[in-house]
Structures are given as structure tokens and as C-alpha cells.
Design a protein around this ligand. Structure first.
Ligand code: PEP
Ligand code: CO
Length: 491
């Protein structure tokens, strides 16, 4: 079991934190919801069992501590907006298979353990830049805020708090099938993989990838020979897949946030306590080891989005009290001084691996902005505590002349390469990537080894939000990361 740090992630005593203290703070991205309907949904949610347990959450936190120390790599990926209809066998299987296949490339190529987190089983909420959308016919309808609040169907855009409970059930079904499929062999990494590179157009790229594939196959054969891919190998055969989503709708997160006794968790029992925070006087009477920790049991890992990370705002207030490992999106609009204040607020005890900084500047800006952010953290008391993760997607979104939202593979790749280079130059460790991807053969991002052009976007564009990497483009990024670390190893 992961070791826990008893003084860490407690509800901070000053100022007092409670699961609902966020309500007294200014909040962004919250539409007007019917309070009575929200209260009904919250009552139902607070009675439902946790989706994930503190033991699992602490296990992930321990894994992220090893990423922060440079001993493992974090692969996080999934849809931009998960939809309730993605809760089906083939969509779940293809996403898990893709994440596993990418992680195998990374494990063998980078010679590091890989921690896998899906953006799934709960990624149903989307921040919006405008409350309304004007349709081609001139009608103005509420914006789509993700399946957790309304439907994409323009005739049913009304906000429905009953969807908060639906989101729980779809998350539960997705998680259930992910766990069942993982333990039933979908993730059998002993099976030969389909490394067909027939789609790679550029002969130079084909040669480069063929060399990586040959090296991977040799490693796999060797590991099979010595039995390292068997059930006893923790590095390759374990199929842990943690879940994550943006913690945007606090009306959903709060009722799933529960208090647990830390001694009970340490003893292996996820014993739930009263959700009421203890008063200071009762805290004094308890031995330290029996303090309360609050876990958001909706997912193992939650992140604060780029639009909701205001210091003094409701989201940061909510996140500072939960014991889960958390992510913070960091972009061109993040002042360097905010970064340290965020770390001090969210992780006052400086737990290693507690915070993942998910940087997303865009290929054109990363060079100007990343190194100052790295220096601010690594020259402070937080040196060595964070996981640096690159999200090369969200700073690189653009529209085609005909208005289709897309991303160029070249920009995504350039931001990732530049991020790797800058971390190397600064002596810090890029511990992970955060990607929007799907196991389906979509045509949403331009370029890649298939060389998708604008005319291809219409072929299979199914995302209702941001464009995702398809299977081939996602694997190509994994190859490129492998290529970087292999080159580094021989230098
Ligand atoms: C996202 O991850 O889908 C997202 C909205 O990102 P960001 O908050 O970085 O814009
Ligand atoms: Co997105």
C-alpha cells in the first residue's frame, strides 16, 4: 500500500475548510441552476457509494510522488468531453487498449514505469467562454456545458440538475467495465501487438518508427524469455488505470466528497466517518493518527481548469481541502507569482506528488513562458515536489477557414518537443503528458503520419468539443517521447 503522510492533505485549520466552504467564494463557470433540483440531486449523490476508494487514491498519490522524483512517467489521456453515449463496450475498450499500447511503448522505450490516468468515467463537464451560442439559423441557445448539465441537442439545451445523478451512474458503469475488462485480459500485454506502420506516408518517418518498433519487439521477446511479462512483473503486466476529470461542477464534487479516518485507511479499511468536520476541541482529544481526511471519491485525480484557477476563488477553495492528488492547468495567463501562491494554498505541507502542473501554452508561446514557471517553482521551497506534465493540446486549438475547430499534429508535437528541451535545459524532469485522444479512427487533428489534410476533417469528425488525436497520431507521440529519452540515454 502507498505510504500516507498523516499531516498532509488534512482540512487546513486556518482558515477553516469544509466541503462547502467554496460556497462563500466567488465562482466562475457556474450557470443558473434550479436550487431545489440541485438539492435533490445532491441528496441522492451523497447517499450513493464512493466511485473510487481512498486506498486507490493514495496509491495513485504515491505513484505520482515517484513521477515527481523522476522514476516514472505519467500518461493521461481521453476525450475532451466524454459523453454519456461513450459508455459502451467498444468505446471503453478502444480507449483502454490505446492507453495501454502507448504505455507499453513508453515503458520499453523510456525504461521507466508508466502511471496511467484516463480522462474518463466522469469527464462530463465543460467550461465555456460564453453562456449562449448563436446557431446558423440565428437562434440563440444555451451553450453545451457537457452531458453532466445539458444535452448537445440544440432543442434540449436547458440545464437539468437531474443529469448530475446520471453522470454518477454513467461514471460507475464506465469504471465497472474498465475494471472488469482490465482484469479479464483486455490488457494482456503478452499478446503480440499490431505494429503495422502501413499508414506512415513519409519514408524517413517510417524508417525511424520501424527502428523503434524493432527495438520494442526485441525488448518484448527478451522480457518474455526471462518471464518479465508474466503475472509477477509489476512494471508491465499490471493494468492499473486511474480515472480523472476536471473538477468543474462543485455541486457534483461536494456530495461525493467524504471524510475518512486516516488510521482506518492505513489499516486497509476505507472507513467512512461523519461528513461533518470535527470541531477544534474534539481534534485535540484525538490522537494525531486518527485525523480526518477528505477524499473526493468521484475520481482518483481531479484538475482545476485554466478558467477556474483564481486564487481566492471557489474552485481553489474546494480543492485545497481534499486529499486526492490534483492537477492545475498552467497557461499563458498564469502569472508566475500566482503559481507559488497556488502551491502554498493547495499543498501547504509540500507533499511530493500532490500537485501536477499541467502546462499548456501553445507551440508559439512555450519558449517564452515555460522556463520562468519552472524557475519559480524549482527555486522555491516547492523544488522537487511537483509533477511537470505537458498538455500540448489546449494551447494549439485553431479554426480552419471554414470554421472547423482543429489542431495541427505538428504544433502538438512542436510544443511537446520544446517542453522536453526546456525541462532538460532547466534541469527539471518532464514527468508526463496530458492528451486528448480517442481509440477511434477519427479525423479531427491535422497532419501526423497519415498526413491528414483539411479536406479529411469531414470524413470522421465526431468530437462535440475539442479535436482529439486518433489512435495512430497518439501512438506517434508515444514514439516521439521514446525517441527523445532514448537519445538522451545514449548521449
Ligand atoms: C480541457 O482540458 O479540456 C480544458 C478545457 O483545458 P483548459 O482548462 O486547459 O483550457
Ligand atoms: Co479540451
Amino acid at each position: 500500500m502507498a505510504s500516507t503522510n498523516n499531516h498532509a492533505a488534512q482540512p487546513p485549520s486556518t482558515p477553516a475548510w469544509t466541503p462547502d466552504s467554496w460556497r462563500s467564494k466567488p465562482i466562475k463557470q457556474v450557470p443558473n441552476l434550479d436550487p431545489a433540483a440541485v438539492a435533490r440531486a445532491a441528496a441522492e449523490l451523497s447517499n450513493l457509494p464512493p466511485l473510487v476508494t481512498p486506498t486507490e487514491i493514495l496509491k495513485l498519490k504515491a505513484e505520482l510522488a515517484s513521477v515527481a522524483r523522476g522514476d516514472a512517467f505519467l500518461l493521461q489521456g481521453g476525450d475532451c468531453a466524454e459523453l454519456f453515449e461513450y459508455c459502451n463496450q467498444s468505446a471503453i475498450e478502444s480507449k483502454i487498449k490505446l492507453l495501454l499500447q502507448m504505455s507499453l511503448v513508453l515503458i520499453l522505450g523510456c525504461d521507466k514505469r508508466v502511471v496511467r490516468i484516463g480522462r474518463m468515467a466522469g469527464q462530463y463537464a465543460k467550461p465555456r467562454s460564453s453562456d449562449t451560442e448563436t446557431l446558423a439559423d440565428g437562434r440563440v441557445v444555451p451553450s453545451f456545458r457537457g452531458d453532466i448539465l445539458n444535452s448537445y441537442d440544440v432543442d434540449h439545451r436547458e440545464l437539468d440538475p437531474g443529469r448530475l445523478v446520471k453522470a454518477y451512474h454513467y461514471s460507475a458503469a464506465t469504471l465497472n467495465y474498465s475494471r472488469a475488462a482490465s482484469s479479464s485480459g483486455i490488457a494482456d500485454l503478452n499478446r503480440p501487438m499490431d505494429w503495422d506502420l502501413g499508414h506512415v506516408q513519409d519514408p524517413k518517418l517510417k524508417t525511424k518508427y520501424s527502428e523503434i518498433v524493432t527495438a520494442l519487439e526485441t525488448s518484448m521477446r527478451f522480457m518474455n524469455t526471462i518471464g518479465a511479462l508474466g503475472s509477477n512483473s509489476a512494471s508491465v503486466s499490471t493494468v492499473d488505470l486511474f480515472t480523472s476529470h476536471e473538477g468543474l461542477v462543485l455541486e457534483y464534487e461536494q456530495p461525493l466528497t467524504r471524510a475518512f479516518s486516516s488510521t482506518a485507511i492505513n489499516g486497509g479499511v476505507n472507513h467512512k466517518m461523519s461528513t461533518k468536520p470535527r470541531s477544534d476541541s474534539s481534534k485535540q482529544q484525538q490522537p494525531e493518527a486518527e485525523q480526518t481526511q477528505y477524499f473526493d471519491t468521484s475520481a482518483h485525480f481531479l484538475w482545476i481548469g485554466d478558467r477556474t484557477r483564481q486564487i481566492g476563488g471557489a474552485h481553489v477553495e474546494f480543492f485545497r481541502g481534499i486529499a486526492n492528488p490534483i492537477g492545475v492547468k498552467v497557461g499563458p495567463s498564469t502569472p508566475t507569482t500566482d503559481l507559488l501562491e497556488l502551491l502554498r494554498t493547495l499543498n501547504p505541507s509540500r507533499e511530493v506528488g500532490k500537485i501536477t502542473l499541467i502546462t499548456r501554452y501553445g507551440a508559439a508561446k512555450v519558449q517564452d513562458l515555460l522556463s520562468a514557471h519552472i524557475r519559480a517553482v524549482e527555486d522555491s521551497e516547492y523544488a522537487g515536489t511537483v509533477v511537470w506534465q505537458c498538455d500540448p493540446m489546449h494551447g494549439n486549438t485553431r479554426s480552419t477557414a471554414s470554421g472547423v475547430k482543429t489542431r495541427r499534429f505538428g504544433d502538438i508535437f512542436a510544443e511537446l518537443q520544446e517542453t522536453l528541451r526546456i525541462h532538460k535545459e532547466q534541469g527539471s524532469y518532464l514527468g508526463g503528458v496530458h492528451l486528448e485522444l480517442t481509440g477511434d479512427a477519427v479525423t479531427e487533428c491535422l497532419g501526423g503520419s497519415e498526413e491528414l489534410g483539411e479536406e479529411d476533417l469531414a470524413v470522421r469528425y465526431t468530437s462535440l468539443c475539442d479535436p482529439r488525436l486518433n489512435e495512430k497520431q497518439a501512438l506517434e507521440l508515444a514514439f516521439e517521447i521514446t525517441h527523445h529519452y532514448r537519445n538522451e540515454a545514449v548521449q
